[in-house]
Write a protein that binds this ligand. Structure first.
Ligand code: 4AD
Ligand code: MG
Length: 430
C-alpha cells in the first residue's frame, strides 16, 4: 500500500492509503470513534463506525493514547466540512510507539510550562503551523535571491571583530585568543560581493541582548544581501520586492496554516508595492506632532516604531538616520553629512524593524576615520579596509531578521514562537 503525506490525501480520493504519524486527539460520539492523526505535513480526522469495523480494531482506536505514534491505513473520502477537505475511513491501525501521560493536554497551559517543554510544544497545531510557515519563508528567500542571480556565500560564525557595536558581543575562547560569535555576516558579504557581484548569506547570528522583550532573541537568523555597484535607492527597491515576494508566497502556499493561526489575512493582502518611505527627520516630526517626547538624534524604541508603522498598511521605510545612532560603515548622505544613507523597514501592526540596511562607505580615508571614531581596533579591520584599497565600488546591502518576519506574517505575539528552539535571556533549555 502507498504511504502518503496527509497534505497529499486529496490526490488519493476513494483509494486506500497508509499514513504514518501520531495521535493528536480523539473523540467518540455514540458508535463512532474519531481519531485525529498528524504527521507533520498536516492533520486528518480518521473515523471508525462500530458496526462496520472489526471489533479488535475498534477497541484499539478507542484505547490509543495522545501522541502515540501510529501507522494507519484507510480509505480517503472527500469531506467538505473538514479544514483540509478530506477524511479517512480507517481500515487498520498499528501502534509504533506508545505514549503515557503526555504532559501537554489540549487545555490551556502557561507560557513557562510550555517553554520548558518546547521539544513537545512544537507538536501542537499552532506551533507546527508557524514552523511550516517559517520553512516556506526561508525557501522563498532562497528562491528570490536565486532567481535574481545572487550567489549564496556563507559567512563565518566565529569572528575576531565586532561589526555591530561592542555592547552585545558573545565572547568565546579561541584557543587562548579572544573571538566572538558573529552579530552579522555583513562585512564578509562585502568581501564576497567584490568577488561575486551580488551575494547573500543566510544563517544564525548572535547578540548578547540584556533586555527581555518580545522582539529580541540572543540567537536569530538573518538573510543578508550585499550588492556591488548598488546605491541606497536600488537597495530599498530590492528589499521591498523581497518582502512582497515572501508575503505572496505564504498567502499562496500556506493558507491552511494561516487559518490555523487565525491570521487576519486581509492585513497581509493589503501589503502593496511600493512601500512608503519617510526620512528620520520626517518621522521625528510625526512623533512630536502625536505628543511623543522625542528629540532629533534619539533612537526609536518599540513604542515609536509602532506609532509610525500603524499609519500604513504596508511596511514603512524610515531612511536617513543620524550617523551617531548607526553603525560605523554607513555612508553619509552627500547632501547632509549628519545623516546616513541607511534605512530600517518597519513591519505593520507594531511588529517593529524587520530589515536594517544601507549604502556602505566606499572611501578608504573616511572609513578609517569612522573606525577610529567608534573606538574599534583598526588592526582587525585591515582586511575590510583592503576592500577600499583594491577596486572599491559603491555598494549597499541589508539584513532581514527572519524571526521578526515570521512573527509578523504569522501574527503571533512573541518572537520566541518563531524559531524551533528560542535562545532568550534566562533561557537556553531545551
Ligand atoms: O539592524 P541590524 O542590526 O542590521 C545589521 O546587522 C546589518 N549588518 C545588516 C546588513 O545590512 N547586512 O539587524 C538586522 C535585522 C533587524 O532589522 C531585525 O529584524 C533583526 O535583524 N534583529 C533581531 N531579531 C531578533 N532578535 C534580535 N536581538 C535582533 N536584532 C536584530
Ligand atoms: Mg537595526
Amino acid at each position: 500500500m502507498t504511504t502518503v503525506l496527509i497534505k497529499h490525501l486529496g490526490r488519493y480520493v476513494n483509494q486506500e492509503v497508509q499514513i504514518e504519524g501520531w495521535l493528536f486527539n480523539k473523540r467518540s460520539s455514540g458508535k463512532i470513534r474519531f481519531i485525529i492523526i498528524r504527521d507533520g505535513s498536516g492533520q486528518v480526522q480518521a473515523t471508525l463506525v462500530r458496526d462496520e469495523t472489526d471489533p479488535e480494531l475498534f477497541e484499539l482506536a478507542s484505547s490509543v493514547t495522545q501522541e502515540s505514534s501510529i501507522r494507519a491505513t484507510g480509505l480517503v473520502r472527500e469531506e467538505p466540512r473538514s479544514p483540509s477537505g478530506y477524511e479517512l475511513t480507517v481500515t487498520g491501525i498499528e501502534i509504533v510507539g506508545g505514549s503515557q501521560d503526555y504532559p501537554i493536554t489540549l487545555k490551556e497551559h502557561g507560557v513557562d510550562f510550555l517553554a520548558d517543554r518546547r521539544h513537545l510544544w512544537i507538536r501542537g497545531p499552532r506551533q507546527a503551523s508557524i514552523l511550516r510557515i517559517r520553512s516556506e519563508i526561508e525557501q522563498a528567500i532562497r528562491d528570490f535571491f536565486y532567481e535574481r542571480d545572487f550567489i549564496l556565500a556563507d559567512s563565518p560564525i566565529i569572528t575576531a571583530l565586532a561589526a555591530e557595536g561592542t555592547t552585545n558581543l558573545f565572547e568565546i575562547d579561541y584557543h587562548g585568543e579572544k573571538a566572538y560569535l558573529a552579530q552579522t555576516g555583513q562585512l564578509y558579504s562585502e568581501a564576497t560581493a567584490m568577488a561575486l557581484g551580488r551575494v547573500y548569506n543566510f544563517g544564525p547570528v548572535f547578540r548578547a541582548e540584556k533586555s527581555k522583550t518580545r522582539r529580541h532573541l540572543l540567537e536569530f537568523w538573518m538573510a543578508e544581501a550585499e550588492m556591488a555597484y548598488c546605491d541606497h535607492e536600488a537597495n530599498l527597491k530590492i528589499q521591498e520586492e523581497l518582502v512582497y515576494y515572501i508575503i505572496q508566497r505564504v498567502l499562496q502556499r500556506k493558507s491552511l496554516e494561516l487559518k490555523t493561526l487565525k491570521r487576519d489575512i486581509g492585513k497581509l493582502e493589503a501589503v502593496s508595492l511600493p512601500f512608503p518611505r519617510i526620512s528620520y527627520t520626517e518621522a521625528v516630526k510625526i512623533l512630536r506632532d502625536s505628543g511623543e517626547d522625542f528629540n532629533w538624534g534619539d533612537d526609536f524604541g518599540a513604542p515609536q516604531e509602532t506609532l509610525l508603522s500603524e499609519r500604513f498598511a504596508s511596511p514603512l521605510f524610515v531612511h536617513r538616520f543620524p550617523a551617531e545612532i548607526k553603525a560605523f560603515y554607513m555612508k553619509p548622505d552627500p547632501e547632509d553629512s549628519k545623516v546616513v544613507l541607511g534605512a530600517d523597514l518597519l513591519a505593520p501592526e507594531g511588529y517593529g524593524e524587520i530589515i536594517g540596511g544601507g549604502q556602505r562607505i566606499e572611501d578608504l580615508v573616511l572609513l578609517r576615520q569612522k573606525i577610529m571614531q567608534h573606538n574599534l581596533p583598526e588592526e582587525e579591520f585591515q582586511w575590510y579596509l583592503d576592500l577600499r584599497r583594491y577596486g572599491s565600488v559603491p555598494h549597499a546591502g541589508f539584513g532581514l531578521g527572519l524571526e521578526r518576519t515570521v512573527a509578523w506574517i504569522c501574527g503571533i505575539e512573541h518572537i520566541r514562537e518563531a524559531v524551533p528552539f528560542p535562545r532568550m535571556l534566562y533561557r537556553i533549555r531545551p
